[in-house]
Structures are given as C-alpha cells and as structure tokens.
Ligand binder design. Structure first.
Ligand code: SAM
Ligand code: MD0
Ligand code: SF4
Length: 363
C-alpha cells in the first residue's frame, strides 16, 4: 500500500534522518539516541519522512486494518486527586455517577451491536465499587462479559494482586497508564500515589496472563528526554498496547490553566511509538479532540480508535467527557467515512481475536 507521505522522501533536508529511518525500515532496532534525534527534528520534509516511515510500519504489521473500542466509564467517583483529572476527588464541579448493572449491560449491548472489537470498562478508584473485596468491579466485568462475549479491557486504577488474579479470569486487558516515568513529575501528577506500586501492578497483571496497556500524558511538563525514556520503558515492560494522551485541561483542577500540546507533538510521539513498538496496538483516542485529529493520528501509525460511547447513554469520556456523546458521533458509523477516505478499514472481529491470541502466545 502506497504510503501517504512517501512523496516527501525524495528531497531530504537532513540526511541523518533518512539514514536512521532507512535502518529502522530495514529491520534494525531504533536506539534511544536516534529516537531523540528524530523527536527533535523540525524541518517539514524530515517530519513527514518520520510520519511516512511510521505509516509504512503500520501497514507492514497491520495492513490497512484498524480496530475500534467501546468505552464504559461505569463510576466517576474516585478516592484520588490526580492534578490533571476532571474526576479527581477534590473537584466539586465534576459530574458524579455510578451506573447500575442494568445500565451497564444495556450500554454494553449497544456497543456490541455497533460492531466494536472490545469494551473498555473504566472507573475511578471508587470505594463503593471496590469494597468489600471489589465485588462491584468484578460483577460489572462478569455481567458485561456474559452479555456481550466480547474481549474486555479493564481500567480500574491500581488494584490488589488477588483482584488482578480474578480480573485475569474474566478480561483480556489491564490498562494502567503511568503518565510519566519521571518520578518527580509523577509525584506532581498522581498526587499521593506510589510510582512503584503502579508499575508493579502492570507487571503482575502481565504475569497473570493479562495483556497490558501502558501510556503517558503529553504536554504536562515532561521533557523530550522524558518522552523517549517513557517510550523505551513502555517497550521494555512488554506492553501490548502503547499510548500517548494529549493533555486536555479540565475545569476545577490545578491544571485547568495549562494548555494542550500541539497535535504535531502527539503525532511525532505516535510515530516514534510505532517505530519503537512496530507490532503493538497504538490508540488514536476519540476522547482527546473527537473527529478533528483522528485521521492525523491514524496516518502516523495509530491503529485503534478508542473511547466510542453510545448516543445519549448518560456515560462520559475522560479527557473530553461530553464530546460528541449526545450527538451520537462517538460511533463506528460516524468514523467509518473518515477511515475510508484515508484507505483504512475496520478489521474483522476474528482478526482482533487472532491478534489477542497471538499476543498471549508471545507473553
Ligand atoms: N482511574 C483509572 C486510572 O487512573 O488509571 C482510570 C481512569 S482514566 C482511564 C485515567 C487515564 O485517563 C489517565 O491515566 C490519563 O492518562 C487519562 N486522562 C485523565 N485525565 C486526562 C486529561 N485531562 N487529559 C488527557 N488524558 C487524561
Ligand atoms: C480513551 N477515554 O481510550 C479512554 C480512556 C482508558 N483505558 C481509556 C482514557 O481515550
Ligand atoms: Fe482518579 Fe484515575 Fe482520575 Fe486519577 S486519573 S483522579 S485515579 S479517575
């Protein structure tokens, strides 16, 4: 498949960029020094060459196939107060809800019907759902699994080992983003949370046979060196899905005056993640800026559209909590023409199951 950016390959500005990209496309592993060199590139022709190489790798491992994830944020209560998060405990302005099993099942069935490959069950660290013994969390997972028979991702935050063991009997994925692997920055973002406990939770989940998603926030004070360190840490822990989330300022939070990073920064990070983890899943999250940046993220190496939410479901997203939900645009039906126009197609359910099974064999 002709790469979208290949026309820019013909007139290099910086020969070193093309040398590095040529090596990666010939199967050599990208090292940290060269990755940082690519991240720092600023000439349009060289940036497009980076995008072209990333797109080429996505095609090499996944052809023109992309996956789509439904999203159910089933309780927005949380005992933590992350400085970037709208649903932090200390934010009196945010909408709090706890969905009943009936509400959760009905939205899960709508998502299944719409054709998503997976349902991502996400929550705050909600004492009510978590106590006693996480019964609320585990029963929510089991009911959705029974009702849809779809692969499940669960994003409940940090949970004890015995709960991860039980999750591994129900779900396929555990998502837990470190946000940054710079410990000092982590302490400013995930206030009063333990860096090592969060990392160990992912590692243990993997040992329990769960596929893991790891990721970082972009534009929250990290340096370019921090970003590169995160990308290689994400690779080293063997994450099966790897993401960058462009930061979105939230009302009622300490970071509400901060600004989002330019989309170009997110695109460069996605492209580098593709070069460093060519065979992994990389999200283009609908939850950052909706349809606006979806194609751009897909064109530079992303291959999963995440955070699709049923129309007027009463559910929220995370970063763009209300975006497109009542208009019903966070759907497969809406995104399909955007995929067609850049030559991408939704994979079959069978292809997604095959990918999961292959990843589990490799784990
Ligand atoms: N409570 C669970 C946790 O913290 O892991 C799940 C909630 S939600 C999936 C958490 C993730 O959403 C964070 O790890 C962060 O990467 C992302 N997120 C939260 N607030 C955001 C914001 N303002 N902008 C961009 N991403 C955000
Ligand atoms: C997303 N809003 O995919 C979701 C969320 C959690 N596993 C995912 C951040 O963007
Ligand atoms: Fe709670 Fe997760 Fe938001 Fe942090 S990111 S405040 S843990 S919901």
């Amino acid at each position: 498949m002709e790469s979208f950016f290949s026309s820019f390959e013909s007139n290099p500005k910086d020969p070193k960029i093309y040398e590095i990209l040529r090596e990666v496309l010939n199967g050599e592993e990208l090292n940290r020094r060269n990755a940082l060199y690519l991240l720092k590139t600023s000439h349009p022709n060289d940036i497009f060459a980076l995008f072209s190489a990333a797109n080429e790798l996505r095609v090499r491992y996944f052809e023109n196939k992309v996956f789509a994830y439904g999203f159910i944020y089933f309780t927005t209560y949380c005992k933590n107060s992350c400085s970037f998060c709208y649903f932090r405990k200390l934010n009196s302005k945010c909408l709090r809800y706890r969905k009943t099993p009936e509400e959760i099942i009905s939205q899960a069935e709508k998502l299944k019907e719409s054709g998503v490959h997976l349902i991502d069950m996400t929550s705050g660290e909600d004492p009510l759902f978590f106590k006693p013994n996480y019964s609320g969390l585990l029963s929510a997972l089991s009911t959705v699994k029974e009702a849809t028979e779809l692969p499940l991702m669960v994003s409940p935050g940090v949970v004890p080992k015995h709960v991860l063991r039980k999750i591994a009997e129900i779900a396929e994925w555990y998502a837990l983003y470190q946000e940054t692997h710079n410990r000092a920055l982590f302490a400013k973002l995930r206030i009063n949370q333990d860096y090592d406990e969060r990392m160990k939770s992912k590692i243990f989940a993997k040992e329990m046979g769960l596929l893991i998603e790891e990721g970082i926030l972009l534009g929250v004070g990290e340096s370019e060196e921090d970003r590169i360190n995160s990308f290689f840490t994400i690779k080293d822990i063997g994450a099966d899905q790897v993401r960058v989330m462009g930061f979105v300022p939230q009302q009622g939070t300490p970071m509400e005056q901060n600004i989002s990073p330019p989309i170009l920064e997110e695109m460069k990070s996605i492209a580098l993640l593709r070069l460093i983890c060519p065979d992994k899943l990389i999200p283009a999250s609908f939850d950052i800026d909706g349809l606006k940046g979806l194609q751009l993220r897909l064109l530079v190496g992303a291959n999963v559209i995440t955070s699709l939410i049923p129309k007027t479901s009463g559910l929220l997203g995370v970063a763009a909590a209300n975006l497109g939900i009542n208009q019903g645009i966070r759907s497969i039906q809406t995104i399909k023409p955007y995929l067609d126009s850049i030559g991408l197609k939704l994979a079959s359910t069978h292809q997604y199951i095959e990918f999961i099974q292959q990843r589990k064999r490799l784990s």
